[in-house]
Design a protein around this ligand. Structure first.
Ligand SMILES: NC(=O)c1ccc[n+]([C@@H]2O[C@H](COP(=O)([O-])OP(=O)(O)OC[C@H]3O[C@@H](n4cnc5c(N)ncnc54)[C@H](OP(=O)(O)O)[C@@H]3O)[C@@H](O)[C@H]2O)c1
Length: 332
């Protein structure tokens, strides 16, 4: 691959949104490395995905200790891409990682103890060949560890200089409220929450989004396309190059039910009436909420990133459109 020279126009078309009441702005679209960055994937494609994103003003790249497969390999691959192409651009990037799911054998490689979180971030930094990450998340709440210990670990990591900011992911509204209070007391306020949020996952609307707004904390919505379901790709069967066929671990053939596809078909019609593709409507529908800082997409090929960016052209919805969307989603 030729030497990478980022586009000189990379900051011209992206919009940047502030995360809550913090000093940090995010691109409206961010890129996640959950899929397509493991040792099982083609390195040059992964490298092209990061280059394409950065060329279009996507400054935020989201990882976790366990992304791959195998676990850890997405961070290693990303570290290699950073070394080859982005050595001079580290200060233009927001890089996040997480710990909270099973990472290594035994009782100290999972959940939310200080022992796990501190050593996991050390290993992540080594894999990515970085001195620090911009954001370190607790990936999921741990019913066995006192929440105060987990929050003290996040605070410690920031004080050690290994992360600039901290975030929470998959915490309910009540768990988030408790965590935010402790983090504030510790002097390391939570920067952002990362919930699963899409047309198909409306959970954050019952409490979490209001809490984040009231607390001045940002929100980055993961799997905004429901792993690809909220596009037109599954309308006429399951394509061979889709996530269901290439991975099949988290989005399975059994998830592509007739009921789901009927909803997708109805949503697709609403999108067309708005002059959008479904993929764009699914993203702009989330971005219409001011509390949402960014939508965190995945992509298996570079063209999907440039395509997804077109959602920014129309972020407004009429009351009729919103009603039609809710009706389509309640269709049984
Ligand atoms: N905190 C957590 O617990 C958690 C959990 C899951 C994910 N995440 C984060 O969220 C990120 C995104 O998750 P996700 O990959 O599920 O997101 P997603 O955006 O809902 O789904 C990505 C998939 O949608 C399809 N796609 C994307 N753009 C498209 C386009 N323009 N046209 C047609 N299809 C398109 C591609 O599917 P094909 O592969 O079929 O082409 C792509 O792999 C992850 O990488 C990770 O960083 C966090």
């Amino acid at each position: 691959m030729s030497k990478y020279q980022p586009s000189a126009f990379r900051y011209q078309s992206m919009s940047y949104r502030r995360s809550g009441k913090s000093g940090l702005v995010f691109p409206a679209l961010s890129l996640g490395l959950w899929h397509n960055f493991g040792y099982v994937n083609v390195f040059e494609n992964s490298r092209n995905l990061i280059r394409t994103a950065f060329n279009h003003g996507i400054t935020h790249f989201d990882l976790a200790n366990n992304y791959g497969p195998p676990p850890g390999s997405a961070e290693s691959v990303f570290g290699e891409i950073l070394k080859l192409d982005f050595r001079s651009y580290r200060d233009e990037m927001i890089i996040s990682t997480k710990a909270g799911y099973t990472m290594w054998d035994g009782p100290y490689g999972d959940w939310g103890s200080k022992k796990y979180l501190v050593s996991s971030l050390d290993a992540s930094l080594q894999r990515m060949k970085l001195d620090y990450v911009d954001i370190f998340y607790h990936h999921r709440p741990d019913p066995g560890t006192p929440i105060a210990e987990t929050m003290q670990s996040l605070d410690l990591i920031v004080r050690q200089g290994k992360a600039l900011y901290v975030g929470l992911s998959n915490y309910t509204a009540d768990q988030t409220a408790e965590a935010l209070t402790i983090l504030k007391q510790l002097g390391t306020p939570c920067l952002i929450h990362q919930p699963k949020y899409s047309l198909f996952e409306r959970g954050p609307e019952s409490g979490l989004l209001h809490l984040l707004e009231d607390s001045g904390v940002g929100c980055i919505a993961f799997s905004p396309l429901a792993q690809g379901l909220l596009t037109d790709k599954y309308l006429n069967g399951i394509p061979v190059d889709s996530r269901v066929m290439t991975s099949g671990q988290f989005l399975k053939e059994s998830n592509i039910t007739t009921g789901k596809i009927e909803k997708v078909r109805l949503l697709n019609e609403i999108a067309q009436n708005r002059g959008q593709k479904l993929v764009h409507m699914a993203l702009s529908w989330i971005l219409k909420y001011p509390v949402v800082t960014s939508v965190l997409i995945g992509a298996s090929r570079p063209e999907q990133i440039t395509d997804a960016l077109l959602c920014l052209e129309n972020l407004t919805f009429s009351d009729e459109e919103l009603k039609a969307i809710d009706t389509a989603l309640s269709n049984e």
